[in-house]
Design a binder for this molecule. Structure first.
Ligand SMILES: NC(=O)c1ccc[n+]([C@@H]2O[C@H](COP(=O)([O-])OP(=O)(O)OC[C@H]3O[C@@H](n4cnc5c(N)ncnc54)[C@H](OP(=O)(O)O)[C@@H]3O)[C@@H](O)[C@H]2O)c1
Length: 325
């Protein structure tokens, strides 16, 4: 795991609410989005909310687009996947205590403090570091929905997982394998060992092998969790008539055979909290694993470098961390 650069860490004071928070956001400057730190008033919770002292934030692909969304005058604080320590409680919050280690999927997480509804917060066991927790949130929720909500996986099914080496893909491999199906992973050749170690029975390299011809009509289900659901027509070729394509792509590919296409999308039921509550013990027990590739320091320079790395080829999850471990 790389840890590029160092710098002064912004540590919220022990006195919590007596200090100001730091937020790291994008703003438009001379036509380009530039990240900077701003000192803002400390957050106070609404009745049903908690305030979290953020210790780690995991970055996701969608932030590549979101950073471009800044309009003149905006200070666009990204960050959804947060782990940290609870520092303040709304007056109606009863089941969480101050000092508790937690994780949550929220908004405006690129900051020293974040607010979140108490009902969304999941307690973080000691066995999981803040970085591991922040790194698994969005890929975990997405992979869970792909495997356990949008599909009808049956033991004995053959599934093809495109993008099997990615954050979402590695978890789809592990969750699918646990359901006693035959897993075929597709990624670039240099990730062959990683995908097989995660549990795939077979592997095809999209960059050196003709996986589409080799897998013609073999899959009961194709999971396309590769970048933006790339090459959707290949998914049609690999799935059997009557099979299913589950994809991060929004657009359904043309198909000359009966195929069910499902776009992986957010759902009210099960909600993020329900899914994280199921996933966290699996990660804590080592039954699910997701490597962190690069850790960045919790500074403006750290957030800027982390967001700059996101669109470039990188290994494992990108996490910004204020923790000492
Ligand atoms: N809809 C949702 O709720 C939701 C939620 C989270 C993520 N997503 C989307 O899901 C996608 C994956 O996210 P992630 O975080 O897992 O990304 P990631 O970690 O960057 O992984 C991308 C994967 O795509 C593979 N890939 C790249 N080009 C490919 C090609 N031509 N053919 C086959 N595979 C290819 C990569 O393989 P190599 O690295 O081996 O080249 C890697 O396995 C992104 O588009 C993201 O925006 C959607």
């Amino acid at each position: 795991m790389a840890r590029p650069g160092t710098g002064p860490k912004l540590k919220p004071s022990e006195k919590g609410r007596l200090i100001f928070m730091q937020a790291f956001g994008f703003e438009l400057k001379h036509g380009a989005t530039v990240l900077s730190a701003r000192t803002l008033p400390d957050l106070t919770p609404a009745a049903d909310e908690v305030i979290i002292d953020v210790q780690a934030v995991g970055l996701n692909n969608r932030e590549r687009m979101a950073r471009r969304g800044a309009v003149p005058g905006d200070f666009n604080v990204l960050g959804s996947d947060v782990a940290g320590t609870v520092t303040a409680l709304g007056r109606s919050v009863a089941d969480i205590t101050i000092g508790e280690r937690v994780l949550v999927r929220t908004t405006h997480g690129d900051a020293t403090q974040v607010r979140a509804p108490a009902r969304d917060v999941v307690v973080l066991p000691r066995a999981l570091s803040f970085e591991q927790a922040a790194g698994m949130i969005t890929p975990g929720i997405t992979a869970y929905r792909a495997v356990a909500v949008f599909t009808r996986l049956q033991p004995g099914h053959t599934v093809v997982i495109k993008g099997a080496s990615g954050g979402v893909g590695l978890l789809v491999v592990q969750l699918a394998k646990a359901r006693d199906v035959h897993v075929i992973g597709v990624a670039s050749g240099n990730h062959r060992n990683q995908v097989l170690t995660a549990g795939a029975d077979e592997f095809f390299a999209y960059d050196t092998e003709n996986h589409v011809a080799a897998l013609d009509g073999r899959a009961d289900i194709v999971f396309n969790v590769a970048l933006n659901g790339i090459n959707g027509q290949d998914d049609v070729a690999m799935v059997r008539p009557g099979g299913q394509i589950i994809s991060v792509a929004h657009r359904e590919p043309y198909s000359d055979k009966p195929v069910q296409f499902t776009h992986i999308h957010p759902l009210a039921v099960p909600n993020d909290h329900t899914i994280l509550t199921e996933l966290v013990p699996l990660f804590a027990d080592g039954l699910l694993k997701l490597p962190i590739g690069t850790l960045f320091p919790f500074t403006a320079a750290g957030f800027a470098a982390a967001h700059d790395l996101l669109p470039s080829p990188h290994e494992g999850r990108i996490v910004v961390s204020a923790a000492d471990d």
